[in-house]
Design a protein around this ligand. Structure first.
Ligand code: NDP
Length: 451
């Protein structure tokens, strides 16, 4: 049977665009459908605008530091309108880059929703049907609200970039990446930030010492963080939102932002109808190669809810092209993925937390926490953390955890060594770069804990 295309990709985010482009470069006839903006969550409503907001929010503290270093420089106001206008322009530019990448690779794009009609047929919103030898599901995910009374009054991270004006106060609900990053951003921009997290400590799953330091520093910088706290109900009260919390407190906020997790965009896609299995959260179930139970259909990225990070989706897209279009079956490697959380201070991490490593084997822990030179000179009391978790048996560094300004940049490089299987002695053999914060990673001599 002759198909219209060799590959039809549904979803123009990081994973889908990469797979479409690379497959087309291999000579495949490729189409892609996207119902919203090209670039997906990362570019349009995630990593990119978030990181630009992190940068914007950090300038307030820089003025104080510059004064401490002798600069005659005064605080000014932050103009959300100016920043938001520039942000929109930048996102438009990036969306065009994504569209251009597809066009220049010869991919046909359809600016509409698509769903599966059968294992080889995609039906577009306008009723057109296109057949393809392979179909790649790359629809990503979206934020969800937790189901509390009045939650329709709240916003999610999708809305935060579009606020007409910066609020005076905000309640952020959740303790994951998104909640903690936006708590820091909005606090830096001068918003009074309250954060409710239902558990005992934010950033569940990460190294305990590292998350402890991040939460201490967030509080120190002015985030009003309440752990063991959730919303009971919320109601409109004039132009504010009145929130009743599980700790019995009632308070008014201009906005409430839910950062209580994300779900895969898999509904109403015709998936289960053709025999594709969905998991409990609605994630598309795939094997190690990204193939669903229907052999012509594969899936990559957040819609599979494995490791929900842009660079991972991109790698899954590349592995899919290797497997299907280059005859080289390739499993995406989900082991030892370095990642950064753009809290203030940042956290960079790769490998096992101290707690997870100890469950597995006997370890040595090397850690140091100190006031970094630049901030300390400026009179700040903030501390950073450099930490290595080492296997006693193999001497390999099982985990590296950094809480410090620039930790994201540092962990990218430390991640190479850890991925290569570097031992503690390999770290020790490396000469320190002085004076830096990260030199501590190669100068720690005595374990702080063993066993
Ligand atoms: P996460 O799953 O990381 O965090 C969700 C948070 O909401 C958790 O603290 C969770 O608590 C809490 N929560 C869940 N349900 C409820 C509820 N019913 N009531 C109250 N609290 C609730 O999701 P995020 O939305 O923060 O981020 C989604 C994913 O996006 C991340 O896992 C990450 O993969 C990716 N991401 C990556 C970034 C980066 O690389 N820097 C930045 C932003 C996102 P509990 O811990 O108790 O379950």
């Amino acid at each position: 049977m002759a198909f219209d295309y060799d590959l039809f990709v549904i979803g123009g985010g990081s994973g889908g665009v990469r797979a479409a482009r690379v497959a087309a470069q291999e000579g495949a006839r490729v189409a892609l459908a996207e119902e919203d903006r090209y670039g997906g969550t990362c570019v349009i409503r995630g990593c990119v605008p978030k990181k630009l907001m992190v940068f914007a929010s950090e300038y307030a503290g820089m003025v104080e530091d510059a004064q401490a270093y002798g600069w005659d420089i005064q605080h000014g106001a932050f103009d959300w309108d100016i920043f938001r206008g520039k942000l929109y322009n930048e996102l438009d530019r990036l969306e065009n880059v994504y569209r251009g990448l597809l066009k220049n690779s010869g991919v046909d794009s359809f600016d509409q929703r698509a769903r599966l009609a059968d294992p080889h047929t995609v039906e577009l919103a306008d009723g057109t049907k296109k057949t393809a030898k392979h179909i790649l599901l790359a629809m990503g995910g979206r934020p969800i609200k937790p189901g509390v009374p009045g939650e329709e009054l709240g916003i999610t991270s999708n809305d935060i970039f579009h606020l007409a004006k910066l609020p005076e106060s905000i309640l952020i609900v959740g303790g994951g990446y998104i909640a903690c990053e936006f708590a820091g951003i909005l606090n830096g921009m001068g918003v009074e930030v309250t954060q409710y997290y239902r558990g005992a400590q934010i950033l569940r799953g990460f190294d305990e010492e590292a998350r402890g330091l991040v939460s201490d520093e967030m509080r120190q910088r002015g985030v009003n963080l309440h752990v063991g706290t959730n919303i009971v109900e919320m109601k409109q009260d004039g132009d504010k939102i009145r929130v009743l919390a599980t700790n019995g407190e009632e308070a008014l906020f201009d906005h409430v932002m839910f950062a209580t997790g994300r779900v895969p965009n898999s509904e109403d896609m015709g998936l289960t109808e053709i025999g594709i299995e969905l998991g409990r959260k609605g994630e598309v179930v795939v094997d190690d190669y990204g193939q669903t139970g229907v052999p012509s259909v594969y899936a990559v990225g957040d819609v599979t809810d494995r490791v929900n990070l842009t660079p991972v989706a991109i790698r899954e897209g590349m592995a899919f092209v290797e497997t299907v279009f280059k005859g080289n079956p390739t499993k995406p490697d989900h082991d030892l993925i370095p990642t950064a959380i753009f809290t203030q201070p940042e956290m960079g991490t790769v490998g096992l937390s101290e707690e997870d490593a100890r469950e597995q084997e006997l370890i040595e822990v090397y850690a140091t926490s100190f006031k970094p030179m630049q901030q300390s000179f400026a009179g700040r009391s903030e501390r950073v953390l450099m930490k290595l978790v080492v296997s006693q048996a193999t001497r390999k560094v099982l985990g590296c955890h950094i809480v410090a300004p620039g930790a994201g940049e540092m962990i990218q490089l430390a991640g190479i060594a850890v991925k290569m299987g570097a031992t503690k002695e390999d770290f020790d053999r490396t000469v320190a770069v002085h004076p830096t914060m990260s030199e501590e990673l190669v100068t720690m001599k005595t374990p702080v804990r063993t066993g």
